[in-house]
Design a protein around this ligand. Sequence first.
Ligand SMILES: [Fe+2]
Ligand SMILES: [Fe+2]
Length: 193
Amino acid sequence: MGQMVLYIKTFSMSREDSYELLNEYVKNEALVKHYKMVATAMEGYVKKLKLSDSEIEEWWSAGLLHDLDWEKYPDEHPNYAVTSILPQKGYSNQILDAIKAHATSRTGKVAETSIEKYLFACDELSGFINAVGLIRPNGINDMEASSVSKRLKDKRFAANVSREDIAQGIEMIGIPLSEHITNLIGFFKIEGY
Ligand SMILES: [Fe+2]
Ligand SMILES: [Fe+2]
């Protein structure tokens, strides 16, 4: 009987590689901050879900790179990155699919797997929490979930953040909005945003 060899393909781009790629495509610091926050959110959740080390790296990378082509190729975002940048660098299909699914209207890809759903759920809300932090003297440091919920109801505040996407996101990951906000604030505090 021949021996069966099982190949386990693990994701191999290091965080340094990903940061280097980010620096190549993105100059705007506010954008870079958003990418880092979404990476932090994804890392927080993947660890909470107790997934494997390679999945931790995939979730983090999907977060960091989800808007990679936004600055240079806004009209083609995220299709440009998932066809012309990331596959060539060896990023996995899980990462590519997650990035596609954070922009369903542009890609036609609906979020199905956990990484896809969490990226969708973390993207807009992370941006919103950052916006709330910017108008507070101590930023995210002493932020309560209730102040974020209150601002969400004010449609004029950070009007570009889609409340509909936030609602859809929490439905995908199946936790109440207040819990999702609390989790994200917790992850961001640890990183000191
Ligand atoms: Fe995006
Ligand atoms: Fe984003």
